[in-house]
Design a protein around this ligand. Structure first.
Ligand code: GDP
Length: 485
């Protein structure tokens, strides 16, 4: 069932009563927005809310295109224990002088947007006011990668984490962790300082593996990369150990200490997140920086596919799914969106979508996927570029024009952020298979730089005009269009 109501949401009883009393029971759709770090979650939510509140022209969002949106406004969120998404602060950053990109997602947060609308259905119109609450839940995609841990004991996880860390692309990042691991005996008495050192070095390795542009490995535990409010807590102070063939460890050993913390992480961090937040979502958008992976080459694309498989596992239902056996899944629609499409000329937007669809299909084949309906899109929540043409020799090249951020480079050219440049980003391959093989590295053709946000446009009536975007309306229609029919 796509819609949840107040009465279904645990902890909302008091509010439910108030709404009943006022005769205002309105359906609520809980919309999850996730993606790995810097995939574009903060920008997407800010643009989505601003577009709806400012009644932007959204031709592919039926309720808006048909003139049925009455108004959209923010309301206090029902969940008192989740931080509020700081929409106003992010909008102020984006509309500043000069405008700058807001601070990225680091923890879970929530925002309630209510839409008053006119239904297409006669009987619904007779009931008076029609309103839909959209509870937008922003959370780091890294946390989804923890789902497999729930079925792994410490010994099995340690073995696989150490195997991963010894793979050629990661060995360098893991060298200090390996060196330190070689000095400890897991049978030794537990020692807080040793646990902390190992855990810190393990986290450094995970972060380095993640930031290597040619690999972009994203490995669990997810909170080691995105701790949220738990940074430094004991549940996050563990690391894999080498059992060295030993079957049993003393109760006071380093092994037992690490094992206890790993289990605590599963019980007190991973499980509550899936049960209290993820399981209550109705719809989900997963934002993916496909262009960053394309820039990284074949290894980065392979890692993206691996991360995608793990993320899609969370939306799989059926008797053989880990997730649906543990929690009652509710999400019935998932949008996978390749973000920052404004880094490409529009001729390549469909190709970007095709590449993402190819990765998603391969991941779904591997999982023998059945579950929430999955749709694929390429979008730019905020379009920081416009399109133009440049001439090279006698050739006309389709370009994108914008202000590259200070410090960005193309070849030997370094940008200072003050000048507008026309950049020929290259065309994506017509055959998405080629992209998966690291096509652009061989061709040396793709050029992506980060751009400054567009200049804000002040409206005579006050406030700012909605930002230009690419296909944001299609994303909104796919995610909530049916709830406003
Ligand atoms: P988060 O970590 O998922 O919250 O990522 P953000 O939303 O903070 O985005 C990270 C960065 O990606 C931003 O600072 C921008 O530089 C860039 N970005 C995100 N969305 C867009 C977009 O629609 N267009 C462009 N050009 N850049 C974007």
């Amino acid at each position: 069932m796509p819609l949840s109501t107040y009465s279904q949401a645990a902890g909302d009883a008091a509010r439910s009563f108030a709404d009943f009393a006022g005769g205002l029971i309105s359906p609520t759709v809980k919309l999850g927005v996730t993606g790995l770090a810097r995939s574009g979650k903060t920008v997407f939510i800010t643009a989505l809310v601003h577009n709806l509140m400012a009644r932007a022209r959204l031709p592919f969002f039926d309720a808006a295109a048909q003139g049925r949106l009455v108004r959209a406004y923010l309301e206090p969120q029902p969940d008192a224990f989740v931080a509020r998404f700081p929409f106003e602060k992010h909008l102020a950053d984006l509309t500043g002088n000069p405008p700058f990109w807001p601070e990225s997602t680091r923890r879970i947060s929530q925002l309630r947007l209510t839409i008053d609308y006119s239904s297409t259905k006669f009987w619904k119109r007779q009931l008076g006011r029609e309103a839909l609450h959209i509870d937008i839940v922003d959370y780091p995609g890294e946390w989804l990668l923890d789902l497999p841990l729930l079925s792994l004991d410490y010994r099995t996880w340690s073995r696989s984490a150490l195997e991963e860390s010894a793979k050629p692309g990661r060995k360098k990042a893991a060298r200090l962790f390996h060196a330190s691991l070689g000095l400890v005996d897991p049978s030794d008495p537990s020692d807080e300082a040793v646990a902390e050192r190992l855990s810190d070095l393990f986290k450094t390795y995970l972060r380095e593996a993640r930031s290597d542009p040619s690999a972009l490995s994203t490995l669990p535990p997810g909170r080691f990369l995105m701790p949220g409010d738990l940074a430094g807590s004991p549940a996050l102070t563990f690391a894999p150990l080498d059992a060295r063939g030993i079957e049993q460890f003393p109760r006071n050993s380093l092994w037992a200490m690490m094992e206890g913390r790993y289990e605590a992480y599963k019980t007190y961090v991973v499980r509550p997140f899936f049960r209290d937040h993820f399981a209550r979502l109705d719809r989900q958008i997963v934002l993916i920086d496909v262009l960053a992976a394309l820039n990284g080459g074949a290894a980065a694309m392979a890692d993206l596919e691996r991360a995608m498989t793990e993320i899609l596992e969370c939306f799989r239902t059926g008797s053989n799914s880990l997730w649906s056996n543990l929690f009652g899944p509710r999400i019935d629609r998932v949008v996978l969106a390749a973000t920052k499409a404004d880094h490409l000329h529009h001729q390549s937007h469909d190709r970007l979508e095709d590449i993402l669809a190819k990765i998603a299909n391969r991941a779904m084949d591997r999982l023998v996927y059945t579950g929430a309906q999955v749709k694929v899109l390429a979008l730019a929540a905020i379009r920081a570029t416009r399109e133009g043409e440049a001439r090279r020799g006698g050739e006309r090249l389709p370009c994108i024009v914008g202000y590259p951020l200070p410090g960005e480079t193309i070849g030997r050219r370094r940008f200072d952020g003050n000048e507008e440049f026309a950049i020929f980003p290259g065309d994506l391959p017509a055959n998405p298979e080629a992209a998966l093989r690291g096509w652009q590295i061989e061709q040396g053709e793709m050029r992506f730089v980060r751009f400054r946000p567009p200049n804000p446009v002040r409206l005579p009536s006050g406030g700012f005009a909605p930002f230009p975007n690419i296909r944001l309306d299609r994303a909104i229609e796919t995610l909530i269009g049916d709830c406003l029919a």
